[in-house]
Design a protein around this ligand. Sequence first.
Ligand code: KIV
Length: 272
Amino acid sequence: MSTYTEDKRKVTTRRLIEMKQRGEKISMLTAYDFSMATIIDQAGMDIILVGDSASNVMVGNITTLPMTLDQMIYHGRSVMNAVKRSLVVVDMPFGTVSGDSLKSLEAAIRMMKETGADAIKIEGGEEISSDIKKIIDAGIPVMGHLGLMPQSINKYGTYNVRAKDKDEAEKLIKDALLLQEIGCFAIVLEKIPSELTKEVASQLNIPIIGIGAGPHADGQVLVMHDMLGINKDFSPKFLRRYADLYSVITEAVQGYIKDVKTMDFPNEDESY
Ligand code: KIV
């Protein structure tokens, strides 16, 4: 199988920063299970995110809020059983990092020990920066997440583009600088104006990974089910679909149903 990258070395946080320095864009995609993570890793992905979007695409919840630490650990372990090269980042679910530094550190240590992941991702800025610092000081690499933060959907009340006004844009830049200062190795910026991404990416030395944040980020992330066209009904402006797996799978399943009903399957060669 051909891979885009010829470099078979394990991706590390240090190598991501080197990629930013030489202008090589970083690829990142979500995965939640062993089989898909095997394919995505072998295809040459730089970062696999075990996102709490598992809540939506694996469980069928409307928001990411119901996801528990145990559930994220289950998905993280499943992905880690597959991955050889990609850097694996697991989302800390809603409520596990929320202002009590000791509790946050305990949850982060459980996540690292029980999944074997390379890093964790945490949504939020200044408000939870002392929790994030404590986690990083304990030796756990953290990817930040600013802009649209789906875990705060009940606070925003909408999934619209964030930081369009001056005050929110200024706060986002301040938060990004703070996350860099306390030691985050990268930051995801979700659904913000392209020009703001450009400004943050140029001010910071650590990689900025965008989703719905335009072309100026140092890398891009998408949810695997969206980019493979497994989800038919989710079509935001920022999404590019690279396959129509909904149709491919429907056709295969209907072919199987037909063959069973017509007794075409199994034939002699498929029997003992
Ligand atoms: O949970 C997730 O999949 C994410 C991405 C959308 C960045 O956080």
